[in-house]
Structure formats: structure tokens, C-alpha cells
Design a protein around this ligand. Structure first.
Ligand code: GAR
Length: 206
């Protein structure tokens, strides 16, 4: 099966590029339907445009007046994704908490990548959290998105050592290399229908 994929970003978009490269190489069986962002100047939008892909900026401001701004925004985002024929959603550096509104439109079909070995160091600044905790190992996690932030079923993880003298930047760079391998791999498990859920466990068929 080819995944009809939408990618949501807020910034640089290096994971988006890793996904696109994997598609081009033939190691990820997916079609990128749209790249959407909550930030107008997200560099990843330019990367997508350079490759001739549809991009959308969905401005959160008009939704701020509504009774439930985050839910209203997600309803609009979900409609936009559906209009583009998106069946699976990859959050790639998308710095908004996704509400149940969007999760219910795409149940067990939204992926996220997080720069730590969850459940350690959820939320913002995961690399800084790991350094400040004094952890000796960190890494990245690709998981399905559920209502709890960074709590969903884990699909793929990879670890990296934390070295003496590491800074947020050096650790982030080491983790990012792993992110670029893990994200396409996790999506490919879905494309190949090799993963299934049992409770909160993701089983991967060999
Ligand atoms: C990545 O390190 C990703 O794991 C992180 O943001 C970065 C985005 O980089 N995501 C989170 O922290 C989500 N909680 P990118 O825009 O170059 O893909």
C-alpha cells in the first residue's frame, strides 16, 4: 500500500526532507499529498515547494476568537488534510499540541517524532532535559499520537550516547541523524502493513 501522507511542520523541516528522500529512494512507499504549517516562514515549506509539493499555511490567529480555539484550528486542519486526500499524518517538528478533534479524524493514523527515548523527557526541550538530568543515553522515538502529550504507542526508537562536554546543539545533532532514519522506517512499517496495535503495544511483523 502507498501511504497518502500529509506532513505538519513548524520549522526547519529536516525530518520532512528525510521522508521525501526516502520516498525518492524507494525505501518508503508513500505519496506526499500536502505539507501544512502553523508558521508562515517555516523553512520546511520552502523545501517542499522546491520539490513541487503542495504547501499550506494555516494561520492560527483567526481561530483565537472562537470559543475553543485549538479545537477549531484542528477541525480546519483536518478538513484541509482531507481535501488533499491525506490518509496518514506525520507530525515533523510540529510545535502544537494536537487536540482530540484531529486525533478522532485520523485515529491511530497520526505519527509523531520526539527527540528523546520516551517516556523520558516528554514536552519541550527534550535534549536540554536529558543533559540537565545527567542521562548517559538519549535518542528519538516515533510514536502514534494519542490524547496524552508524547504518550502514544511507540513504533521505533533509537539511542545515542550522551558524551562528556555535550551541548544541546551537539546532542541534538546526534539525535537528529537517528531521527532521519527512524521516521521513514516507522512510516514504512505502516505502508507495508507490518505493524499492529495490541493495547498500547505496537507489534512489528518481520
Ligand atoms: C526534531 O528534533 C523533532 O524531533 C522535534 O523538533 C525537531 C524538528 O526538526 N520535535 C519535537 O520536539 C516535538 N515535541 P525538523 O523541523 O528539522 O524536522
Amino acid at each position: 500500500m502507498s501511504l497518502a501522507l500529509g506532513v505538519l511542520i513548524s520549522g526547519r523541516g529536516s525530518n520532512l526532507v528525510a521522508i521525501l528522500d526516502a520516498i525518492d529512494r524507494g525505501s518508503l512507499d508513500a505519496t506526499l499529498k500536502v505539507v501544512a504549517s502553523n508558521k508562515p516562514n517555516a523553512a520546511g515549506l520552502e523545501r517542499a515547494k522546491e520539490r513541487g509539493l503542495p504547501t499550506v499555511y494555516l494561520d492560527p490567529k483567526p481561530f483565537a476568537q472562537k470559543p475553543k480555539p485549538r479545537e477549531a484550528y484542528d477541525l480546519a486542519m483536518g478538513a484541509l488534510l482531507q481535501q488533499h486526500g491525506v490518509e496518514y499524518v506525520a507530525l515533523a517538528g510540529y510545535m502544537r499540541i494536537v487536540t482530540p478533534v484531529l486525533i478522532q479524524m485520523y485515529p491511530s493514523k497520526i505519527f509523531n517524532i520526539h527527540p528523546s527515548l520516551l517516556p523520558a523527557f516528554p514536552g519541550l526541550d527534550a535534549q536540554r532535559q536529558a543533559l540537565e538530568w545527567g542521562a548517559k543515553v538519549s535518542g528519538c522515538t516515533v510514536h502514534l499520537v494519542t490524547e496524552g502529550v508524547d504518550e502514544g504507542p511507540i513504533i521505533v526508537q533509537a539511542s545515542v550516547p550522551i558524551l562528556e562536554g555535550d551541548t544541546v546543539e551537539s546532542l541534538s545533532a546526534r539525535i537528529l541523524e537517528k531521527e532521519h532514519e527512524c521516521y521513514p522506517q516507522a512510516l514504512q512499517f505502516m505502508a507495508q502493513k507490518r505493524m499492529y496495535l495490541e493495547g498500547r503495544k505496537v507489534h512489528i511483523l518481520s
